[in-house]
Design a protein around this ligand. Structure first.
Ligand code: GAR
Length: 193
């Protein structure tokens, strides 16, 4: 599906904003032989993000940018990614919206994970909206990133059944566990592996 790898692994950056449990699962995956990517850089939009610890304990370079001035932050970001030869980006709980200009620079090489069955429930508070609408199923989606929010080509989805007494917290937990399995699978699929 568009991405290809040679003999060496594709140097990848993971962008986070919070807990970083998807980052943790991606780091674990990246260390396996079958992974086409190696994680060389972590970017966080939040200096307090717990996920930054995973970068630290795995000796991965990291950068915090607050994105208050988006153009300036993206400029700094590009200056940090370039010398590290980053070719691909995985957004993993990254709660900022990248500009079209930035996305163009990594055209077709940015992936995102979203906690809903896209194209349904783009944006924030997905679990709350899903429960309010009395959906029977929700899930998660890995997709390519384009300039429109949560709208790029879908790589892989996992459907999750909503239980009778489901709460936002229980649904988030259930879907997150699936996300950890889905992201590596979607990366393999994106590389036709
Ligand atoms: C995940 O559920 C991810 O899908 C979601 O944030 C959570 C991050 O968890 N992302 C979005 O809502 C993006 N719009 P994590 O920090 O533990 O990986």
């Amino acid at each position: 599906m568009g991405l290809s790898t040679g003999r060496s692994k594709i140097r990848t950056a993971v962008f986070i904003s919070g807990t970083g449990s998807n980052l943790k699962s991606l780091i674990k995956f990246s260390k396996t032989n079958k992974s086409p990517i190696s994680i060389e850089f972590v970017v966080s939009s939040n200096s307090k993000a717990k996920g930054l610890n995973f970068a630290k304990i795995n000796n991965i370079k990291k950068k915090v940018l607050n994105f208050k001035n988006k153009n300036l932050s993206e400029k700094k970001l590009l200056s940090a990614l370039k010398p590290n030869n980053i070719e691909m980006i995985c957004l993993a709980g990254f709660m900022k919206i990248l500009t079209g200009n930035f996305i163009k620079k990594f055209k077709g090489k940015i992936l995102n994970i979203h906690p809903s069955l896209l194209p349904k429930y783009k944006g924030l508070n997905t679990h709350r909206r899903v429960l309010n609408n009395k959906e029977k199923y929700s899930g998660c989606t890995v997709h390519f990133v384009n300039a429109k929010l949560d709208s790029g080509k879908i790589i892989l989805q996992k459907k999750v059944k909503i239980s009778k007494n489901e709460t936002e917290a229980s649904l988030a937990k259930k879907i997150l566990a699936e996300e950890h399995k889905l992201y590596p699978k979607a990366i393999l699929k994106a590389f036709n592996l």
